[in-house]
Design a protein around this ligand. Sequence first.
Ligand SMILES: Nc1nc2c(ncn2[C@@H]2O[C@H](COP(=O)(O)OP(=O)(O)OP(=O)(O)O)[C@@H](O)[C@H]2O)c(=O)[nH]1
Length: 627
Amino acid sequence: MTTMESLIGLVNRIQRACTVLGDYGGGDNTFSSLWEALPSVAVVGGQSSGKSSVLESIVGRDFLPRGSGIVTRRPLVLQLHKTDEGSQEYAEFLHLPKRRFTDFGAVRNEIQEETDRITGKTKQISPVPIHLSIYSPNVVNLTLIDLPGLTKVAVEGQPETIVEDIETMVRSYVEKPNCIILAISPANQDIATSDAIKLAREVDPSGDRTFGVLTKLDLMDKGTNALDVLEGRSYRLQHPWVGIVNRSQADINKNVDMIVARRKEREYFATSPDYGHLASKMGSEYLAKLLSQHLENVIRSRIPSITSLINKSIDELESEMDHLGRPIALDAGAQLYTVLEVCRAFERIFKEHLDGGRPGGDRIYGVFDNQLPAALKKLPFDRHLSLQNVRRVVSEADGYQPHLIAPEQGYRRLIEGALNYFRGPAEASVDAVHFVLKELVRKSIGETQELKRFPTLQADIAAAANEALERFRDESKKTVVRLVDMESSYLTVDFFRKLPQEVENKGGNPQAPVTDRYGEGHFRRIGSNVSSYVGMVSDTLKNTIPKAVVFCQVKEAKQSLLARFYTQLGKKEGKQLSQMLDEDPALMERRQQCAKRLELYKAARDEIDSGNTLKTREKKNPSREGQ
Ligand SMILES: Nc1nc2c(ncn2[C@@H]2O[C@H](COP(=O)(O)OP(=O)(O)OP(=O)(O)O)[C@@H](O)[C@H]2O)c(=O)[nH]1
């Protein structure tokens, strides 16, 4: 395999991939265009300048549609592949990949039909190219893009804007720095009036990437010649001008074979008194070789920048794809997996909030350390244990028979009454932690990148998490209230055993009057004893309520916030799962485009890589070449 073949073939393959993906330069693409980075040869010329004839002559075949008006209405990307001598010629369209055309008349019809397929019969033009590959021993490896002929007036049936539309389209090709311009001008017209040269001069003033082609040399008035143009005196270009003699209309009508026409052209130059000295650098065959060589050189020089564009685009696309998330699979199993993965991501973030990796968990400690002790301190025990109340409660408990030694019932009632007050702060702690957890759920949902694309799943997870938190709250409330109730159900006997006996307090005087027992001091003592008992319980609850709350709410939230949701998930069917994963359609569309683009760039990178490997192998092991 020669390098030339591999380089032009490489660009051909990338170009085809571009077209399949809708990248043919320009347009409203938000992606950088790979197409535009690829060197190509665009054929431009005024109507009837001989464009089609030049292309057919380069191919050596009659295959382009003919007719009046604007026949070329879509760009035709013509990829020529040289095959072994004696092999059969055939053509293939990118849009009909399975069909081989050996009849070039049928190729012509297909170009016409395919043109109409996009532009309709309205005679509009379209920038969507038709790709035609021709495999033949009579061609050189070359890719040419045939564009609509520049025209001055719209003919009947054509929209008024056609003149401008054509120029805009042609310009969009030739103004790209990677475009080689094949500017066709007829020799029987003043070069100063050539549409092709006019446009080329505008977009390539240095003439660096313009190849001037002069057709219809045989139609010049007798006694005149085009040497001024061909020798670069009339209009200077960096590359030499090439003169061409195509088939005349009469030849076409007579169906003169293209290969015969090529021979006649060769003879024309060889025998021409005017151009004989230039004969080796004239004619369509020479033009094809010249272009092929030049295209190959340009491609070689552009490969590094194409590679870097490809690599840069791959990086950009991959990071955008990461951002957009992977596409959602269609089968229920994979969808379930996606849902679970997203849920796990959410749970991970939620746990980080609790465990301190992210802020917010400390607010729970705030509840235990500040809110609960403050609330316990504020309980109205002073009122409950006022002398008056103690007396009232004790007397009521005594009933008709006042207590004899210690008011057992009175104590119990006073303590139970006091302990009831603890329910309030206990339940308030539960609620406070509940709200902290709820807020952390909200925050975590917002922080779960993976959830951003799925608004429905987001709502489902939020609902499931909040429902679980409600359940944990109920359970926690029951537990803390139970803690309080437990305190009332069995009092700490030791506390009372250790209480100093009133009798002993009286200095051991057993004669002290019994009436004292019902005096103010007596009730004050009862109140103070109850108060210290309640203080002791308060200290206990200050420690046990947080334990209960953490056990019932925080630990549960950490371990099984979505447990019930997962069980329900297992019962869901494919349809319900895909409803959970319904994405923003714009996002889906963008991901699809990115994925296709990425595929294109990766394919292009692989093409270039394999080309390079091939070259390195050839360099390392030259003896193998041609084996
Ligand atoms: N004698 C002679 N006739 C030519 C030559 N080149 C083109 N013609 C004739 O000029 C006419 C127009 O040639 P085309 O090749 O169809 O030109 P075109 O630029 O493709 O024209 P449109 O597709 O209409 O824009 C045809 O009748 C050709 O036979 C040439 O070098 N010599």
